[in-house]
Design a protein around this ligand. Structure first.
Ligand code: HEC
Length: 117
């Protein structure tokens, strides 16, 4: 019974994780924060940052509170996440590692839904 529980927990975790990966890429977060949240220019590193910090920062941004003058660009992206996605995204980013795999790049370039163009 315990084994089944652990299996289910792992399954749920990896499902949520895949969902966040797709959300991260389809919302274009990688365009500013990098493919693996490594950060670029004015866009801070997200990979491996503590979950509580990311969550607090996302909530601040949703209220329009930024850390820098460039931050205003991030406000609409933060607002695009619903409450549950905000929590899951903070968790996802804090566990994100640079693992170069082609599948990830495919998600980035696969348009959602219409299967082409
Ligand atoms: C147009 C560029 C751009 C895009 C696209 C973008 N961000 Fe950001 N992001 C920024 C900038 C700039 C900041 C710094 C905000 C500030 O100064 O407060 C930031 C801050 C953050 C922070 C807070 C980090 C910290 O240390 O303060 C998180 C978390 C974050 N972004 C997640 C995301 C997610 C998730 C997405 C996709 C839904 C996304 N970003 C899309 C530019 C971007």
């Amino acid at each position: 019974m315990k084994k089944l529980f652990i299996f289910t927990a792992i399954l749920c975790f990896s499902h949520a994780n895949n969902e966040m990966e797709a959300l991260y890429l389809q919302n274009g977060c990688n365009g500013c924060h990098g493919m693996y949240g490594e950060g670029m220019g004015a866009s801070p590193r997200l990979q491996g940052v503590r979950e509580e910090v990311l969550l607090r920062r996302l909530k601040d941004l949703q209220k329009g509170k930024t850390r820098s003058a460039f931050g205003t660009i991030m406000v609409s992206f933060a607002k695009a996440l619903d409450q549950n996605q905000t929590i899951e995204m903070a968790k996802y980013l804090s566990n994100l590692e640079t693992k170069v795999d082609d599948e990830r790049y495919e998600i980035e370039y696969t348009p959602a839904g219409d299967g082409g163009s």
